[in-house]
Design a protein around this ligand. Structure first.
Ligand code: 1PR
Length: 602
């Protein structure tokens, strides 16, 4: 019989990555199907995403609480992840009146999004709103003092102070020297977000818990899972030279605690031969303009090294699974897949895309986002309407951590304004966010610039009734010299324009419960001219949720620019990586060595 870990999945089945990570560590997963199974569990893992009350109520309704208490008291190993850590506390400000397990006498607090956080690096300072939820890579450093002269450090459950781990949460367990946790005998590894320091991992006796997601934290996270499974509570590890070698003067003197997050994006679609390929367009046009050599492409359909007459065909930049693994090895902090033909077909029948997710999640241990076609849809095989939530569930079950919603978000925002700013509770964003937590819902925005004569001017037809948020641009329209611009939302891959501006969209979807904005820019897409900094700044000022800057990256300097001149929480590149102009690692090298920014290395 193989080595086993017992997993208690009370959520709606989005634990595939955790299962994959456990299996990668050489253990088999056995599911806890009911409270009676808990007593047979040796190593019990309680994962968690979403709302504190959803977690505790689900456990309570299914009568798990006495069984979990019995396991904790038995001395057998227990590992709580994310909300699984939070559940150990007596309560959370997220759900006043809902009792936690009460193993720790303490209350979780919400990050204060009214604070700005300043980041200072070699090239100056940028102030930005502190985004909530907090999404990104952060430390988990032992709070206890260690001998700084030593070349080795005690490692608690495989944690290393020079490593970074993937966190996504809005509530946290506050930490200060001599705090309640330490008084109650817990070992604490901490992280800091702005001026708030909190528990990133805690342990006492047989109980271990992490606020971060080890299954999404690359090799560093796998090491933590392995240490738990193998019962290695404490170990001495030597400090690698690279961890101590960066002079403090070259590092950002003040950051919000998170590393600069770099996302590799794969636009995926079926090509004319019926293969799913990674493609990339210029301003969303993904068809070849001229004949090109095929020697660099890795599609199954392209086997010759000669020049092919591909004009008009879908540009083929490689296979999705192969590229995702490549970018993971280059230390991409996240991978995003956009299924860009899904607005035409039903994702329910898109089995190859689901299979790609399943395969990628077996080898790629960083967050995976999938977008395209997340909306109520008719299942062609049965004629039944499947809700957006069901579609999302399919993606989560296949290994996605977040879903990205594009066209449907624009429709939902239009309905929201038509209803006088009333939430319906029925949109894809609201239903998925309620079931899986806001961190699982990204809204992908496809805006394009519209030049107008004045701040209140408009070039849209007379029936246009919204006043659009305009800004004075440093890059006026070359044809007319107009200096005012608004950003118009589009759907169906940029083909359909709406009478809705980007600020109206992002503020509406934030109210609906979106957890992050993926901010594309059609004018910049594939241009290599750098990100649209004006667009990013204006969106960042309008919302408190994290904003991922996308479209236009052509050089590592563009990533530096977007981080140092806007408050972008992450930056995404596509063509720059697919065309092998730069690797993700080279972009990070630039950020670290030339711009003095903090990045994650695995
Ligand atoms: O509307 O919910 O079905 O989602 C469809 C999704 O597919 C949306 O997120 C939309 O942005 C995307 N999409 C649709 N058509 C295209 C297209 O290119 N024809 N791609 C498309 C959007 C934009 C970025 C791109 C960046 C970075 N691609 O993802 O990767 O612009 O590119 P760069 O670094 O090379 O400049 P729904």
């Amino acid at each position: 019989m193989g080595k086993k870990a017992h997993l208690l999945d009370y959520v709606a089945g989005n634990t595939r990555s955790l299962v994959n990570a456990i299996e990668k560590c050489g253990y088999e997963v056995e599911w806890i199907r009911g409270p009676d199974d808990v007593k047979d569990a040796e190593k019990l893992i309680l994962p968690g995403v979403g709302h504190f009350s959803h977690c505790l109520r689900s456990l309570s309704n299914a009568n798990y609480l006495p069984a979990i208490h019995a396991h904790l008291a038995s001395g057998k190993p227990f590992f709580g992840i994310c909300v699984g850590l939070q559940a150990l506390f007596s309560g959370s400000d997220e759900a006043p009146g809902v009792a936690g397990l009460g193993v720790i006498d303490g209350q979780l607090r919400r990050f204060d999004e009214t604070k700005t956080s300043a980041t200072t690096n070699a090239r100056g300072a940028v102030k930005a709103r502190k985004s909530v939820p907090c999404i990104g890579w952060n430390s988990a450093s032992l709070a206890q003092a260690v001998d700084s002269a030593s070349t080795s450090r005690p490692s608690f459950y495989g944690l290393e102070e020079w490593r970074k781990y993937y966190y996504v949460h809005s509530y946290f367990a506050p930490y200060g020297p001599g705090c309640e946790l330490e008084r109650q005998g817990w070992t604490v590894a901490t992280a800091r977000y702005g001026d708030e320091t909190y528990a990133g991992a805690i342990g006492k006796g047989n109980v271990f818990a992490t606020q971060f997601h080890p299954e999404k934290s690359g090799e560093a996270g796998l090491k933590v899972i392995k240490a738990f499974l193998e019962g290695k509570t404490w170990e001495d590890v030597s400090i690698p030279a690279v961890a101590t070698g960066t002079p403090a003067s070259q590092v950002e003197s003040s950051t919000n605690g998170l590393t600069r997050r770099i996302i590799a994006c794969l636009d995926v679609r079926t090509n004319d031969d019926g293969d799913l390929v990674v493609t990339k367009g210029d301003q969303y046009d993904v068809r070849e303009k001229a004949s090109v050599p095929t020697s660099n492409t890795s599609s199954s359909s392209s086997s010759s090294n000669t020049t092919k007459h591909l004009a008009g065909q879908v540009r083929n930049l490689g296979k999705p699974v192969h590229l995702a693994e490549k970018y993971y090895r280059q230390s991409a902090d996240e991978i995003t897949f956009l299924n860009i033909t899904s607005f035409r077909s039903s994702p329910l029948t898109d089995l190859p895309m689901l299979e790609i997710l399943r395969q990628v999640s077996r080898t790629v241990f960083v967050p995976l986002t999938i977008g395209g076609g997340i909306r109520d849809t008719i299942d062609p095989s049965t004629g039944r309407t499947a809700s957006a939530l069901e579609v999302a569930k399919l993606y989560f079950a296949s290994g996605a951590d977040k879903v990205s919603i594009g066209s449907e978000a624009v429709m939902a925002a239009e309905e929201y304004y038509a209803a006088g700013g009333q939430l319906s509770g029925k949109t894809a964003i609201e239903t998925i966010s309620a079931a899986y937590g806001c961190q699982a819902v990204v809204v992908s925005v496809d805006p394009k610039r519209v030049f107008v004569d004045s701040p209140r001017g408009s070039t849209t037809p007379p029936q246009q009734h919204h006043h659009h948020h305009t800004l004075r641009t440093a890059l006026p329209d070359p044809a007319t010299g107009r200096e005012w611009v608004w950003y118009q939302c589009t759907t169906r891959g940029g083909r359909q324009s709406h009478d809705l501006d980007v600020i109206q969209l992002v503020t509406a979807v934030e109210k609906m419960g979106a957890g992050e904005i993926l901010l594309n820019a059609i004018d910049r897409d594939g241009s290599n001219r750098g990100f649209d900094l004006e667009l990013i700044r204006t969106v960042k000022d309008a919302v408190a949720i994290p904003v991922v800057a996308s479209s236009g990256a052509g050089r590592p300097q563009h990533f530096e620019e977007v981080f140092s001149q806007t408050g972008a929480d992450a930056a995404l590149g596509a063509g720059i990586f697919h065309r092998t102009e730069y690797t993700v690692g080279e972009v990070k090298d630039w950020l670290e060595r030339r711009a003095g920014m903090v990045v994650r290395r695995d």
